[in-house]
Design a protein around this ligand. Structure first.
Ligand SMILES: [Zn+2]
Ligand SMILES: [Zn+2]
Length: 213
């Protein structure tokens, strides 16, 4: 809130605040949902408004905040998400030549003397914070940025001179998974159910009751 108070409104409709890009005008369901939930907020056990990050698809497992932003928030925990595993952004694949990967690792300050391509293999049954090669490591968020990957939730296998990145999900993976939430709504869960599934130890309340304190 208040990011645009100088202009007389609270949120813009770009990625900066809330990427609606005017789409709400196309759909009365959206307008009605906004009106029906006017003034409703989500608070933590101390009655403070929570940060509610979201992403496109978690790949079946959300990420802890400390994997992405170094800081843990009690309402953002790792959640196994069975609802997004059949969606548009459930998985992705990217191929990178071994030599490109080696040049990149060197750029990251990794010593690859004597390494074979098999050493670049990497598995993530759960979400990790670092890519490991021997005792050296690179932050997965850095790799995601540098290679423009859809997520940090990937494993690497080797096929000749090529690394095959098999990834899950799209986005940082923290908080609410949009494609999972869409599926929950489709099979009949309410927005309360959805909020309590992705944000833990929280309460849905009216803003006027919170601000009275
Ligand atoms: Zn904005
Ligand atoms: Zn998900």
């Amino acid at each position: 809130m208040h990011r645009h108070s100088g202009s007389g409104f609270s949120l813009c409709d770009n990625i900066h605040c809330q990427a609606y890009k005017g789409r709400s005008k196309l759909n009365n369901l959206i307008i009605n949902a906004v009106e029906e939930t006017r003034g409703i907020v989500v608070v933590n056990s101390q009655n403070n408004l929570i940060t509610t990050p979201y992403h496109s698809n978690c790949g079946g497992l959300t990420s802890s905040t400390s994997n992405v932003w170094q800081k843990d928030l009690s309402h953002l925990v790792v959640i196994k998400d069975p609802f997004c595993t059949n969606s548009k952004n459930t998985s992705w694949i990217k191929k990178i030549p071994v030599t490109d990967w080696e040049n990149y690792l060197k750029k990251c300050g990794i010593d690859i003397t004597g390494s074979k391509s098999a050493d670049y293999k990497f598995v993530q049954p759960g979400r990790k914070k670092f890519y490991h090669i021997d005792n050296q490591k690179v932050l997965l968020t850095r790799i995601r940025d540098d290679w423009d990957l859809k997520s940090t939730f990937f494993s690497i296998s080797i096929d000749g001179n090529t690394l095959i990145f098999k990834g899950r999900g799209f986005g940082h993976g923290v908080g609410l998974c949009q494609e999972g939430a869409i599926e929950m709504a489709r099979v009949g869960y309410t927005y309360h159910d959805i909020l309590h599934f992705y944000f833990r130890n929280v309460r849905v309340a009216h803003y006027k009751d919170i601000s009275k304190r």
